[in-house]
Structure formats: structure tokens, C-alpha cells
Design a protein around this ligand. Structure first.
Ligand code: FMN
Length: 211
């Protein structure tokens, strides 16, 4: 009888230990699951999981030329895309916007933009687009570069203009983000943005970049 009780107690003990082990095992397995999920498909870059080779296209556009260019790029390469929206919208009138933009440039202002849905710091490659304003970057783009540290990222600039080309802005970006790799950008004349020729230029440029 004693032997039966001893076996019975031993069985309870083993069961309890197994149950305990199961509980802690469960906890561990959740951790392990999330860890292994994190690493799935990306074992080479455990602390790089949010980037995962993803591309972001982020752009500022007032009269939508740069937005059209951004959309061509997005149609070709996919990834995430987001427009930089000023907190205080620019006037619809060209002259008023021109005056405001000039004052911002002359004062070295940093106009605020609305919080972005996508954090550029979480991407490996970022296409950054904007129009030329007063021969250079719109000041809101300076705010953008002040906001994000893009060290180690690949930046691919693109812009629209009405005669200034890139206006030296690709070099300005190199100064703003000295630890990023800034690739060859593409300027397109805003008035030509819907021409087949412009679309072809975008395609050729992307092909040259390896897309
Ligand atoms: C305030 C302002 C300043 C501009 N300054 C220049 C300039 O210095 N050089 C230039 O080539 N185009 C200039 N442009 C023309 C724009 O760069 C061009 O129209 C561009 O395609 C507009 O892009 P968006 O439609 O994305 O805003 C200026 C436009 C605005 C509104």
C-alpha cells in the first residue's frame, strides 16, 4: 500500500514540476516566438528589423508637380510613400506663397510639418522629393533634415523646378546629412512633369539606380 502511495505522490510531484515547467516554458516560448519572429527572414540584421530593406518615398509639394513625380517613382518601385504637410498651410495664391517662402528663407525659418506616419529613420533607402523654392530647398525641408538623423541611410533626392535644375540642393542635402550616402538625384521641370519624356527620364534614372 505504502508503495502505491509513494508512486502516487511521485506521480503528483512529477506532474506538478511538469506543470511549473510548462508555465515558465510558455513564458519563454512567447519570448522565443517573438524573438524568432523578429528574426524571421532577416537573421543577418536583428537590430535592423524595422528597416528590412524597405524604401520610403517622402516628399513636399505645394502645387503637386513633385507629388506626381513621387507617384511615378512609387508606381515603379513600391514601398511606402508619404507627403510632408506643413502645420500652417501655404496660401493657394502663388504670389503670397512666393512672398512667404522668401521670408522664410531670408529669416532662416524652420516651418513645422505635421507628424509623419512613417519614421524615415526606420528605412534603409529614402527617396526625398521637393520643389526648388528661391533657388534652394524649401525651408520646410530644412526642418525635415533637422528632425531626422539619416546617418547610414541611402538618400535618393528628386525635385521639380522651373529652370534651376537641382539648384545645388543635392549638395545641400549632403551637408545636412553628412553621414548618409546621397545618390545621384533627378531634377524634372515641373511644367513637363506629365510628359512621356519626363516619365521616361524617371524610369531610366530608376533603372540606372538598379530598380
Ligand atoms: C515659392 C516658389 C519659389 C520658386 N522658386 C523657384 C526657383 O528658384 N527656381 C525654379 O526653377 N523654380 C522655382 N519655383 C517653381 C517650382 O520649383 C516648380 O513649379 C515646381 O515644379 C513646383 O513643385 P510642386 O508643384 O511640387 O510644388 C518656385 C515656385 C514657388 C511656389
Amino acid at each position: 500500500m505504502k508503495k502505491v502511495i509513494a508512486i502516487f505522490l511521485a506521480a503528483i510531484l512529477i506532474f506538478s514540476l511538469a506543470a511549473c515547467g510548462g508555465t515558465s516554458g510558455d513564458t519563454n516560448s512567447k519570448t522565443e516566438t517573438s524573438t524568432s519572429e523578429t528574426k524571421t527572414g532577416d537573421t543577418s540584421s536583428a537590430n535592423n528589423t524595422s528597416t528590412d530593406g524597405k524604401t520610403l518615398i517622402v516628399y513636399f509639394s505645394w502645387s503637386n508637380n513633385t507629388e506626381k513625380m513621387a507617384n511615378y517613382i512609387h508606381d515603379k518601385i513600391g514601398g511606402d510613400i508619404e507627403r510632408i504637410e506643413p502645420v500652417e498651410a501655404y496660401p493657394e495664391d502663388y504670389n503670397e506663397t512666393a512672398d512667404k517662402a522668401k521670408a522664410e528663407r531670408d529669416n532662416g525659418d524652420r516651418p513645422k510639418f505635421k507628424e509623419l506616419q512613417f519614421n524615415p529613420e526606420n528605412y534603409d533607402t529614402i527617396f526625398i522629393g521637393y520643389p526648388i523654392w528661391w533657388y534652394e530647398l524649401p525651408m520646410i525641408m530644412r526642418t525635415f533634415f533637422d528632425t531626422y538623423d539619416l546617418s547610414g541611410k541611402t538618400i535618393i533626392p528628386f525635385n521639380t523646378h522651373e529652370g534651376s535644375g537641382d539648384g545645388g540642393t543635392y549638395d545641400q542635402i549632403k551637408t545636412e546629412e553628412p553621414n548618409a550616402k546621397v545618390l545621384e538625384g533627378l531634377p524634372i521641370r515641373g511644367g513637363d512633369i506629365e510628359n512621356t519624356d519626363s516619365k521616361d527620364k524617371v524610369t531610366e534614372w530608376l533603372t540606372g539606380l538598379g530598380y
